[in-house]
Write a protein that binds this ligand. Structure first.
Ligand SMILES: [Zn+2]
Length: 364
């Protein structure tokens, strides 16, 4: 009887010690993560938050927006690429004119929104804008367009978008458009980039805009890699070897993007990470995708594109205020701080600088 009681007490003590150590480790890791986030530059390369601000009548607007400047501060995130998302409609001139007008309106609205909060936020138009804004303690916005459907068939629209401040264009969404084929459409229309799509890529290279192949078909992705003079990115895509859906990247695609100096920015949508029930998909599973890319091609080619306000997020990683917990998990997995800095922002800055350099060379 005594023996059993002693054993029971010992087991309880051991369990208590284990949980205490684990909690202490967690606190230490969180402290290290917060310190790192103060020192390094960090960016999330894709969210769809703009629409939550421009259409506040939407039921999911307001406090439920996953990306706000205070939440970015809380999470230790310096910068985010805010995309104007274009749902695809008819492919004719009237529709193209109206989506372009919509894009201009959305960006103008969000620029005013940032201007009204100039003490807490600023807009980056080039790679050299990020660090000065971070040093001033501001949350940083860079603009993107999700779905080149908005370009229609008018090449001048690419420069119009550049002049608005757009620096990343996601070429497709869930349907083929006049630029190229999507990973989600039922039949191939162009078998990759369209003839117009090749011109769009050239124009983006000339202007210094990043070509984004998230949502693109495999053929579109390879056409971009072959044709683009600058590195390309997948701004929010996860790993098909872990979750087998066409929207995710195969190992060959990951290798090919990395071989051209580009980036795989892992998305956080539960549906693109795992088949497990909602409550079991967590930051650890997200980091399995990140680790997969790092193990395959190295830490120079991986980062994060949350897709917040566009389907991103999971239990424990509900919004941008939780970003630092990704760093906690990477530290727990033994990532050196050098690789964590690359993951969060150095890789993206390298790619943007390269895109800008190639643009300058083309314009010489
Ligand atoms: Zn998307």
């Amino acid at each position: 009887m005594n023996k059993i009681r002693i054993l029971g007490t010992a087991a309880i003590l051991l369990a208590a010690m284990f949980f205490q150590t684990y909690a202490q480790d967690d606190a230490v890791l969180l402290k290290r993560a917060e310190q790192l986030h103060r020192e390094m530059f960090s960016i999330d390369t894709h969210n769809d938050a703009i629409v939550k601000y421009t259409h506040p009548w939407r039921p999911d607007a307001g406090d439920r927006t996953q990306v706000t400047f205070p939440k970015m501060k809380e999470g230790g995130l310096d910068a985010a690429i805010f995309a104007v998302f274009l749902a695809q409609g008819s492919r004719n001139k009237n529709a193209y004119d109206s989506v372009m007008a919509y894009t201009v309106k959305e960006i103008d609205f969000f620029k005013s929104f940032v201007a009204e909060r100039s003490s807490e936020a600023g807009i980056a138009y080039r790679s050299s804008d990020f660090w000065p804004l971070k040093r001033k303690g501001k949350s940083i916005v860079m603009f993107a367009l999700e779905n080149a459907y908005g370009i229609g068939t008018e090449i001048l629209n690419v420069e119009r978008l550049y002049n608005l401040g757009v620096r990343v264009i996601t070429l497709t969404h869930n349907f083929n458009n006049d630029v190229g084929d999507s990973s989600r459409d039922t039949v191939a229309e162009w078998n990759g980039l369209s003839p117009f799509g090749y011109k769009v890529v050239e124009e983006m290279n000339r202007l210094g805009m990043i070509v984004d192949v998230s949502h693109s078909s495999t053929e579109t992705l390879y056409d971009c890699l072959e044709h683009s003079k600058a590195p390309i990115i997948a701004s929010h895509s996860s790993v098909r070897a872990i979750k087998d859906i066409p929207r995710n990247l195969t190992d060959d695609e990951i290798r090919a993007i990395a071989a051209k100096g580009g980036l795989i920015q892992v998305a956080t949508g539960r549906w693109c990470l795992s088949d497990l029930p909602r409550e079991q998909v967590n930051i650890s599973i997200f980091c399995d995708h990140v680790d997969h890319v790092r193990n395959l091609v190295g830490a120079d080619y991986v980062g994060i594109g949350t897709d917040f306000d566009g389907g991103g997020g999971m239990v424990g990683f509900e919004d941008v205020s939780k970003m630092k917990y990704v760093t906690v998990e990477l530290l727990r997995r033994g990532w050196p701080e050098e690789d964590i800095r690359k993951f969060w922002g150095e890789n993206f800055l390298r790619v943007l600088r390269e895109v800008e350099k190639i643009s300058r060379q083309i314009n010489l």
